[in-house]
Design a protein around this ligand. Structure first.
Ligand SMILES: [Zn+2]
Length: 232
């Protein structure tokens, strides 16, 4: 059912597809039907225990399930969309993509047994620069569909701008090994947590975050990402 209200909004403020820029139909969200069809979906959620993303973590952290919406391919329209989500001041894009993907995962048993969501924290400085944490937005979208609670402030991301880390900054590069700090193990204890990220490439970020989270007792970890960069 399309309300008169949404028809009116569409008339006043027509929306455009984030991938191709064409005007969206009244029943379309974020992506037009054609772009939606061309998204290089991973379909990992249909085999959540044993897929290419889950394997990224094998031997590094104990992982239950893993899912990613689509493959990240540099310079492709779908990946430009991720750039807009990160740097283009479009927080609502993260929420909508999170919703679309969670809707698709609902057709499998992916969310079964999961108790709560933890999104990958960004350093405070980054959040101030960008205005939001894109992983928080994806988490909000997933939570809207699944009703899973989001646990905030249990883990923080350290800022590497401090003087005591100045020395190692040059060698740091993508070293995220000690990027996170568990503040509230009591909030996580005994739960099966779904860690949410925007793009997973080497898996180093999620591994570091999970290792910190696993300091809480009886915790299980699953992973959901919008993108998986394969072959890295
Ligand atoms: Zn389109």
């Amino acid at each position: 059912m399309i309300s008169i209200w949404s028809r009116l909004i569409d008339l006043i403020a027509p929306r455009a597809c984030v991938m191709c820029g064409k005007r969206l139909g009244i029943s379309e969200h974020v992506l037009c039907g054609a772009c939606n069809l061309t998204l290089p979906r991973t379909n990992y959620h249909q085999d959540a225990l044993e897929n290419e993303l889950a394997k990224v973590f094998w031997g590094r952290i104990p992982i239950e399930k893993a899912a990613a919406f689509f493959f990240y391919q540099a310079n492709s329209p779908s990946s430009n969309m991720i750039y807009s989500l990160k740097y283009g001041n479009q927080p609502e894009l993260g929420i909508e993509l999170g919703q679309i993907f969670a809707d698709e995962c609902q057709h499998s048993d992916f969310f079964e047994g999961i108790d709560a969501i933890v999104s990958v924290p960004l350093a405070r400085k980054r959040v101030l620069q960008r205005g939001y944490n894109q992983s928080d937005m994806i988490a909000q979208g997933v939570s809207l569909v699944t009703r899973l609670p989001i646990i905030k402030k249990a883990v923080k991301r350290n800022s590497f701008e401090g003087s005591q880390t100045q020395k190692v900054r040059s060698e740091r590069n993508e070293n995220v090994e000690h990027a996170f700090h568990l503040l509230r193990p009591d909030l996580l204890q005994g739960k099966h947590l779904l860690l949410i990220d925007d793009v997973i490439t080497t898996g180093a970020t999620i591994t570091a975050l999970a290792k910190e989270i696993l300091k809480a007792k009886d915790v299980k970890i699953s992973v959901l990402s919008l993108c998986h960069t394969k072959g890295k």
